[in-house]
Design a protein around this ligand. Structure first.
Ligand SMILES: *Cc1c(COP(=O)(O)O)cnc(C)c1O
Length: 222
């Protein structure tokens, strides 16, 4: 029997392909990050068996509990941290993740630069932009983005490849996706992580290179 998640994975892949074609983009220009937070290794295995290799988790501790075992069984996994990172977890996060999507403040940038000094390398990095300027949400304010990105590059020499955002839940997402794309373009960044289960097609339309899709694949989180 095929797991429901595997059927939904195929549907999401189809929708991404169609959205890319509609936008005149190559389907393989958009990577699917399957967000497996709150789901256990047994829920994730069928999706790995189906060939999916890029996954997102929002907590370091939770990822540490399930991904080392899955990595041992499946080659070529690429794991993204998509939740806030505390500076005291930087060491562990750098050991676990291939991409950290949530670089959002100076203290974290400094901690990452120090970690590179010790390890000699870092995961690939994205800077989170708080496009909705929401007080409770992490991310660099749009007005501060250029200066922060310049400091990441010159002062801390961090391997920042692009930007990510989580639009406000109560607003149409497209203006936020467009803003993220604009900030990336003027800073010469090529990676755009934007779009979730409810709005990934709109994100693909506006240039997403990575969409982060959880519940549309794994089902509702308990
Ligand atoms: C949970 C989460 C997602 C996936 O959300 P769905 O609506 O389940 O697709 C994407 N990005 C971030 C940062 C998340 O925390």
């Amino acid at each position: 029997m095929t797991a429901a998640s595997v059927e939904r994975l195929a549907q999401v892949q189809d929708s991404i392909r169609r959205a890319a074609e509609d936008a005149g983009r190559k389907p393989d220009a958009v990577a699917l990050v399957a967000v497996s937070k709150t789901f256990g290794a047994d829920d994730i295995r069928p999706v790995l068996d189906a060939g999916q290799r890029i996954f997102g988790e929002n907590r370091v501790q939770e990822a540490a509990g399930k991904w080392p075992g899955l990595r041992a069984d499946f080659p070529g996994i690429e794991l993204h941290l998509i939740g806030p990172l505390q500076t005291n977890k930087v060491r562990e996060a750098c050991a676990l993740f291939d991409v950290i999507e949530t670089v959002d403040r100076e203290s974290l940038a400094v901690a990452l630069a120090q970690e590179r000094g010790k390890r000699g390398k870092l995961p690939r990095l994205l800077v989170q932009i708080n496009t909705g300027e929401e007080e409770q949400k992490a991310g660099v304010a749009p007005a501060d983005a250029d200066a922060f990105l310049a400091a990441c590059r010159k002062r801390w020499e961090l391997p920042v490849e692009g930007l990510m955002c989580i639009p406000p839940v109560d607003e149409p997402p497209s203006p936020h996706f467009a803003l993220l794309a604009t900030i990336a373009r003027r800073n010469g960044l090529s990676v755009l992580s934007m779009g979730m289960s409810a709005d990934f097609e709109a994100a693909v339309q506006l240039g997403a290179t990575h969409v982060r899709v959880g519940s549309a694949i794994f089902g509702h989180r308990g």
